[in-house]
Design a protein around this ligand. Structure first.
Ligand code: SF4
Length: 361
């Protein structure tokens, strides 16, 4: 089946891996998840791309060029949002509480520390505490702060959805209860704003269980991401010694509960390309997720400054492999009738960090 969506998937995959040379007013430094990028609208769609002076792609006169070849792709930088000029009554700049992602997504890491950030346990691709060290954010955002920033971002900058993620906290809920309080405050301040929450599976013992997923839904969350990053236990142990020690059965249980509570295609997980997984096995794992109603948000590994992966000399994946995996997962998603937009909120609905939108998913 041919999908004619504008930007060719091979080009979008190469951009995701190699980045572009351009100026952008909306950028984020190394932090949680894919980061250290600039935010653009490419062919009408959000794109969060590495800004790399060594990239073979350059933006000139609103077009993307490869060398001197115009690729026929229109690009607009996201403009600096007005809410970045505001601060709370106690002097915290809004920009340190939440950031604009793409043209219309507000995103915040509500707890910017992670119990797994010691070198023995840290996910090797993660830079969650680097933005805190750089002084560009605050360690913990309160529900009231997030509600205040969300109201301003919607009123001043036409934000259409919000993503709330968190570093893993020490309690058995892994940070989900604070997220629930944040969602409740945001949705009270901005009724109707779709909000996605992102959590690790809650620890299941006598103190805590999966009911916290119901609490997140009851608080007003539209969608939920429970991010495994890889479905291969050997890869998980190598790249995520702390998080990878959580048995996949815990993810399976959390995804199943989340689909029961939030509905099919309101649940997602990141799946990183470039951690050394066999591409066929990666696609088979995604097929299994899709069968269960979970959207696999396929994203190429970014080797961020300050990460253990950068210390290791890890390399970004081959754009051809990213394109191949993305095309195959997109075909499975389309066959299942699952689109990122139908998540309502979250990374799959935004799409900027993935090539999936260019593949029709
Ligand atoms: S896909 Fe997620 S992390 Fe990437 S820009 Fe969009 S909301 Fe932000």
């Amino acid at each position: 089946m041919n999908i004619d969506l504008g930007i060719p998937l091979a080009v979008r995959s190469a951009l995701a891996v190699r980045g572009v040379r351009t100026e952008t007013s909306v950028r984020r430094g190394p932090g949680a998840g894919p980061s250290d990028d600039g935010h653009l609208v490419v062919d009408g769609v959000n794109a969060a791309l590495p800004i790399d002076p060594g990239s073979p792609f350059v933006v000139r006169d609103g077009r993307i060029l490869h060398g001197e070849t115009d690729l026929g792709v229109a690009v607009t930088p996201v403009r600096r949002p007005r809410f970045y000029d505001l601060a709370t009554a106690d002097g915290v700049p809004y920009e340190q509480i939440a950031l604009l992602h793409g043209a219309d997504v507000l995103a915040s890491t509500v707890v910017q520390t992670c119990i797994r950030y010691g070198e023995a346990e840290r996910c090797r691709f993660c830079a969650i505490e680097e933005s805190l060290r750089a002084g560009s954010t605050v360690a913990a955002k309160t529900p009231a702060q997030l509600a205040e920033v969300a109201a301003a971002a919607v009123a001043l900058d036409s934000v259409r959805q919000m993503v709330l993620t968190t570093g893993t906290t020490a309690g058995p809920d892994r940070g989900a209860k604070h997220l629930a309080r944040c969602v409740a405050a945001v949705t009270a301040a901005v009724p109707g704003l779709p909000v996605q929450v992102q959590i690790e599976p809650p620890e299941r013992d006598r103190h805590s269980d999966l009911d916290v997923i119901d609490e997140l839904k009851a608080a007003g969350a539209t969608a939920i991401g429970i991010h495994a990053e890889s479905l291969d236990d050997a890869v998980r142990r190598r790249w995520m010694p702390g998080k990878g020690s959580v048995p996949m059965a815990e993810y399976d249980a959390a995804w199943a509960r989340a689909v029961a509570v939030f509905g099919r295609n309101r649940v997602s997980t990141y799946v990183l390309v470039g951690l050394g997984e066999d591409p066929d096995e990666l696609v088979a794992g995604c097929a299994s997720l899709i069968e269960r109603g979970v959207y696999p948000f396929v994203v190429p590994l970014r080797v961020l400054p300050g990460t253990l992966a950068a210390q290791d000399g890890a390399a970004a994946p081959d754009p051809a492999v990213v394109a191949d995996v993305t095309a195959r997962v997109a075909a499975l998603l389309r066959a299942a009738g699952m689109s990122g937009a139908e998540q309502g909120a979250g990374c799959a609905a935004c799409g900027a960090c993935s090539a999936l939108p260019a593949a029709g998913a």
